[in-house]
Design a protein around this ligand. Structure first.
Ligand code: ZN
Ligand code: ZN
Length: 264
């Protein structure tokens, strides 16, 4: 199986004691490519994922300000994001979006920082990685109301998608890919599994969001990229395909979305 984990927080302190082994286990499990999310603890450090990507050829990076940290985004931060977007291993801007569950930053500030980063994505031609929690309608409204021409409209990934069929259709209609993670394997996630069934082949992605949200049978433990295979197996089951087919198509989707060469 040739897997891609499209969303992992490898910089997290929960990996400090054994990061090398975690990465080795990912490779041994067939995870050939990882996208490290670079939001870290928020500004001023914007390079937590870039540092990892500089060390390992198969790790790629995002840059961005998480909605939790929106209050820390002083104007200089946006200048630096724009510069960092030119780094050859930076594939996307993210995770960006809105989180009304925790409200760690005021909602109005979250919306402004999200919009500013949508602009950076449009200016640099990068896809975006969206984090949205209890803020679905505002997220969709901001994504569809950018006023940008179609060729510069936002495109990217709804990361850790946990919505139902209706929300899946809204995101798909906007041209987004859906990133499915460990929640897909949870017993109560029937509405999400229905959303996964109706997602077209060419919009499917898999992720761990590690160290969070470990799939069954690792649920409750620290998550790691090697576990992405559990989500792939579940998706294969739901869609009447083999895990190898799901692994290949999610890898190809990731490559196409992020402008990487398509692997054989
Ligand atoms: Zn997130
Ligand atoms: Zn994340």
């Amino acid at each position: 199986m040739r897997l891609t984990d499209s969303h992992c927080h490898l910089d997290d302190s929960k990996f400090d004691s054994d990061r090398e082994q975690v990465i080795e286990r990912a490779l041994a499990a067939g995870v050939e490519r990882l996208m490290a999310i670079g939001t870290g603890d928020g500004p001023p450090d914007l390079e937590t994922a870039v540092r990892l990507a500089d060390r390992y050829p198969f790790i790629f990076a995002t840059i961005g300000v998480h909605p939790h940290d929106a209050s820390k985004a002083v104007p200089d931060i946006f200048v630096r994001l724009q510069e960092l977007a030119a780094h050859p291993k930076v594939l996307a801007i993210g995770e960006i979006g809105l989180d009304y569950h925790y409200d760690f930053s005021p909602r109005e500030v979250q919306r402004q920082v999200f919009e500013r980063q949508l602009q950076i994505a449009a200016d640099t031609g990068k896809p975006i990685v969206i984090h949205t929690r209890e803020a679905w309608s505002d997220t969709i409204a901001l994504l569809s109301g950018t006023g940008l021409p179609a060729c510069r409209a936002p495109r990217g990934i709804m990361h850790c998608f946990t919505g139902d069929e209706q929300q899946a259709r809204e995101a798909l209609d906007l041209g987004f890919h859906l990133g499915f993670g460990g929640v897909l394997t949870f017993p109560k996630a029937d509405a999400l599994r229905q959303a996964a069934r109706i997602t077209p082949d060419d919009r499917l992605l898999v992720e761990t969001d590690c160290p969070y949200l470990a799939p069954v049978p690792h649920r409750g433990k620290r998550n790691e990229p090697a576990f992405v295979v559990e989500t792939v197996r579940r998706l294969a089951d739901l869609r009447g395909r083999t895990p190898e087919e799901i692994a290949a198509l999610t890898t190809h989707n990731f490559e196409r979305l992020c402008g990487l060469p398509i692997s054989p």
